[in-house]
Ligand binder design. Structure first.
Ligand code: 5RP
Length: 222
């Protein structure tokens, strides 16, 4: 199976997992990216049974609405039962790097609210140590240079993501060359920098379940 087929397999498995747990008031959190897009397509197969969703990006909201699936404002959602999203990297503790698609802040908010966070990824995303994938940080535009200097002090190489404006009107700095041996501490340190909105480490709130697509089949880690 190629990478896209692995993504389809995990997306299908996650949709099945959600379908088996549906009730008539269940609100589903939906992530962003190519794997999440495949998940959305599978949700479309039982759209009439879905009460509502919350979306982690404008693009995801657009895709859900195009299928006729209700998208709620998170503030109107009393709870989010299951949040399904992809990742750029994952370790065996289900800590993640996310935000390759720039949607990290809304993703992190939905992950915080969700009772269960199911991450779906092809096997290439599994790593021993996070940080080969550049770590995205969403930053208020006027703080760009200051945040960059603070990131250097933490040992990373900040690179401005050219031409990327997030759904929240902010910029992204990607941190290169960080060997992230203590993801929880780094997540907190980055959050402490004034001007940082969020960073793409999901370590303080990791996934609850990781469905991984490998050439030997699906593996579920909890
Ligand atoms: C978007 C994300 C995505 O989940 C992450 O980039 C993985 O994307 P893909 O499924 O396309 O590999 O965090 O902000």
């Amino acid at each position: 199976m190629d990478q896209n087929e692995l993504k389809k397999a995990v997306a299908r498995a996650a949709a099945q997992y959600v379908k088996e747990r549906l009730d008539d008031r269940m609100i589903i959190g939906v992530g962003t990216g190519s794997t999440a897009n495949l998940f959305i397509e599978y949700l479309g197969e039982f759209r009439d049974d879905i009460y509502a969703t919350v979306a982690s990006s404008e693009e995801t909201a657009r895709r859900l609405k195009a299928l006729g699936i209700e998208v709620m404002d998170l503030n109107a959602a009393p709870e989010v039962s299951i949040y399904v999203d992809g990742a750029d990297e994952a370790n065996k503790y289900l800590q993640l790097i996310k935000g390759g698609g720039g949607a990290l802040t809304r993703e992190k908010i939905i992950a915080a609210v969700a009772r269960e966070f199911v991450c779906i990824a092809d096997g290439s995303k599994m790593v021993d140590v996070l940080g080969t994938f550049p770590l995205p940080v969403e930053v208020i535009p006027m703080a760009r240079s200051y945040v960059g200097r603070e990131i250097v002090k933490l040992g990373g190489d900040p690179v401005y993501r050219d031409g990327c404006i997030t759904d929240n009107g902010n910029i992204i700095i990607d941190i290169h060359n960080m060997n992230i041996v203590d993801p929880r501490t780094l997540e907190q340190q980055l959050n402490q920098i004034t001007g940082v909105v969020t960073n793409g480490l999901f370590a303080l709130r990791p996934a609850d379940k990781l469905i991984l697509g490998t050439k030997d089949g699906l593996r579920t880690l909890t």
